[in-house]
Design a binder for this molecule. Structure first.
Ligand code: DGJ
Length: 742
């Protein structure tokens, strides 16, 4: 049993071997009071001794009861305006214009496993025994509305999933202006807040800041989860590290506008909430209708940030990603974007593919520029038919030739967009997101199609399907290169315009769903100008995502380190590109570029025909290496060891599930002269196993490697050399250590 219910005292205790989450129903007001979230507690019949009250000068719910202020009671899903002045988890405007709600406990339901969420991506169970779900039903008698709060606890994972569902039981509509997925009132504020921030080409940079009084939040109002922030937030105890200390992690399974917020009140209570961004959101809930929020995944660990990340990784790899590709090793691909940009023809593509195949690459991906009249980024999105000037045999002919070489074929689409010069735009100018009588702003010379409309989604499905059905396509890179502006739909009534952003993302999900239903073996890689939609929502459909348009190995250390806070290596699209690097002009050794890209899905993004013979031989060795190790790299346990945000040296490692193998990446950004002795302490190994380190003569026990570390001093094969004669690695060097049980 993982959920205990005390029916008499109306207390609920969700727990597994590591985590407890406890709340109860308030006797007088029938609202929900939060009691505890953290390390597992032994179950007791009652936890009422955990109730915390203080008499304070405040507004109270009840006469002569000076402890009934909701402002001073930790809650589960707070409302605003009835004695609590902090940010609420929900806000409803009813038919008389009031925003007061009072959802009171009615009953509960226990379910084995985890119910699916209608039309939304969500974590799932395969066997009912994997998790238990508690649904709490609350009603507001004045509004005549029902609120169902859902809590799923996994038996063997430190995970609690939450979502909320509103049902209008009345005979008039009301407006849902805010509907968070989860809210938790933690009793103190002794935390650092950690989140991922960035921009195009520098996504997922880790930010750490002390939690302070007031509101601190990250959010998106751009129509996509965005480059700027990720739908993720963690609270870590001061002095916590990658390996130690309490961490609460929150991640939203959603790809649109989100809010992730911590509010510290004047008494030090930290209210964390996460959900659809209420800014510009308003959903008209008509009589009998239901509104389902996306789900929030909450992770608690006392094993530091790595503990949190590993929990997210396993959950997202095993119970968010789905279908054919979930457990399969990902193909090594070559993408022609940085090789040719828009300037290619069939001959060029085939020459790249042939060379790539000879060097062990398995999948060729044709990027932007294959359709309509697209020779730069000013035209043709929406004309989803092959540019016969470049590809005289069409996509079908090209795919056949690539297949004949012995490679799989993949294709780039940007399904949600349209350019002005296309048949699609000319026939349906009202299908774009734009506000009547106002100029639509530009973004990469393209407009966003109104995916809130079913007919638009259906039309794009047909266009894509014409190509896919006709040709042998195994992989689709689904790109999205601009944010939403003038957010307005000509198909929605005036009082439902606030629904557009959410309806849009539901439309995106529905197109993915349709394509996957017809092509279940298609491997999707999501992309949004790099990592602007690297979020759990996308991972439900596309098990891998292009982490950034920045392919420089040094920049990638930060991007991939940050991304790994939440997302598994099997999801992180990472490629070896050319030098000087196209984003920063840096020249890094080819080994370093590969040593970074191995910790992801791995591929190439360069004109492989232009590599020297020596470089091509390196590619051959790299693809052979990745084929040998990718299964455990993509499914193993990943540990961050040294952070690029703190130091010149960076390290991470992945350990096979059976601990018989491990791969350690060590990177030194700038070379230093005559340095101190140095070691990297490993982790996650079996202390009693003896490990051989490829390329080193010595063998080491797991406990030695974890307590002493790998000695980084060079091996003295050239003992006789003078300091000045020695070969030195130079800037941007890296080393890879492959450990195997001896
Ligand atoms: C942005 C993507 O991130 C790139 O990889 C590439 O596909 C371009 N779009 C193509 O326009």
């Amino acid at each position: 049993m993982t959920i205990y219910v005390n029916q008499e005292t109306k207390e609920f205790h969700l727990c597994n071997n590591n985590v407890s989450y406890i709340f109860r129903v308030l006797e007088k007001s029938n609202q929900l009071e939060h009691l505890y979230y953290g390390k597992k507690l032994t179950h007791r019949d009652s936890f009422t001794h955990l109730i915390e009250r203080e008499i304070r000068p405040s507004c109270n719910l009840f006469e002569h009861d000076h402890t009934s202020s909701l402002e001073h009671i930790k809650q589960e899903y707070p409302s605003f305006g009835t004695t609590d002045y902090r940010q609420p988890a929900h806000m409803i405007t009813d038919k008389i214009g009031s925003t007061i709600t009072n959802f009171q406990y009615k009953d509960y339901k226990l379910l084995k496993g985890k119910p699916v969420l209608d039309n939304l991506p969500a974590v799932y169970t395969e066997q009912a025994e994997e998790a238990d779900t508690l649904e709490i039903t609350l009603t507001d008698e004045v509004l005549r509305a029902t609120l169902v709060l859902s809590y799923t606890i996994f038996c063997d994972r430190n995970v609690i999933c939450r979502n909320a569902r509103f049902i209008n039981e009345s005979d008039s509509a009301f407006f849902l202006d805010n509907a968070m997925s989860a809210s938790v009132d933690l009793p103190d504020d002794q935390f650092e807040m950690i989140h991922l921030a960035g921009a195009w080409a520098r996504e997922a940079h880790m930010e750490v800041q002390p939690l302070t009084k007031g509101i601190q939040s990250v959010y998106s109002s751009r129509g996509a989860s965005s480059h700027a922030h990720n739908p993720f937030l963690a609270l870590r105890r001061y002095n916590g590290t990658e390996h130690t200390g309490e961490v609460y992690g929150f991640s939203l399974v959603y790809s649109g506008n989100f809010l992730a917020q911590a509010e510290v009140d004047t008494y030090g209570v930290s209210r964390v909430m996460m959900g659809i961004n209420p800014f510009q959101f308003s959903w008209k809930l008509k009589p009998g209708e239901v509104f389902q929020t996306p789900e929030c995944i909450m992770v608690y660990t006392h094993e530091g940030l790595n503990g949190m990340s590993q929990t997210f990784h396993e959950l997202y790899r095993e119970r968010l990603a789905r279908g054919y590709w979930r457990d399969r090793a990902r193909p090594i691909l070559i993408n022609n974007w940085e090789a040719t940009y828009f300037n290619f023809d069939e001959e060029k593509i085939l020459s790249i593919a042939e060379t790539a195949q000879n060097l062990g690459i398995e999948l060729f991906v044709l990027d932007d520029g294959w359709f309509g009249n697209r020779n730069d980024d000013t035209s043709s999105l929406g004309d989803w038919f092959a540019n016969e000037g470049k590809l005289p045999n069409g996509i079908k002919g090209l795919a056949e030739k690539i297949n004949k070489i012995g490679m799989k074929f993949g294709l780039w689409f940007e399904p949600e967009m349209v350019c002005k010069d296309t048949a699609l735009f000319k026939e349906h100018p009202d299908w774009i997101i734009a506000t009547p009588n106002r100029m639509p702003s530009h973004g990469r010379n393209q407009f966003i199609l109104d995916f809130s409309r079913k007919e638009v989604v259906e039309h794009i499905f047909q266009l894509m399907d014409n190509i896919i059905e006709d040709s042998n396509i195994s992989y689709i890179k689904w790109d999205m290169n601009r944010y939403m502006t003038e957010t307005y739909s000509s198909s929605l009534p005036i009082d439902q315009q606030g629904e557009l952003s959410h309806r849009y993302i539901l439309g995106v999900y529905s197109l993915y769903e349709k394509l996957l239903a017809k092509y279940p073996e298609m491997l999707f890689e999501s992309c949004a100008g790099g990592g602007a939609r690297f979020d759990p929502g996308m991972l439900y459909y596309a098990p891998q995502a292009w982490a950034s348009d920045n392919t420089d190995a040094v920049e990638r250390l930060k991007i991939q380190y940050g991304t790994s806070l939440v997302y598994p290596l099997s999801s992180i699209g990472s490629h070896v590109s050319t030098v000087p690097n196209h984003q920063v002009e840096r020249i890094t050794p080819m080994e370093t570029r590969a040593n970074v890209a191995y910790f992801g899905t791995f591929g190439y993004e360069l004109d492989i025909t232009k590599l020297t013979k020596e470089e091509q031989e390196k590619v051959m060795l790299q693809t052979a290496f990745m084929k040998e190790h990718r299964d455990f790299i993509q499914k193993g346990t990943f540990y961050r060891l040294l952070s690029p945000f703190d130091s010149n040296e960076v390290s991470w490692m992945v350990v096979a599930r059976d601990k018989k193998k491990a791969l350690v990446g060590y990177y030194k950004v700038l070379a230093k002269p005559n340095e101190r002795y140095n070691r990297i302490k490993l982790t996650g190994l079996d202390p009693d196993k003896l490990y051989a380190i490829e390329g080193k003569d010595t063998k080491h026990y797991g406990d030695e490697l974890m307590n002493i570390g790998i000695l980084l001093s060079e091996d003295y094969t050239d003992r006789a050399s003078e300091y000045w004669q020695r070969e030195r690695a130079g800037d941007y060097s890296s080393r890879l250590f492959i450990l195997t049980e001896a």
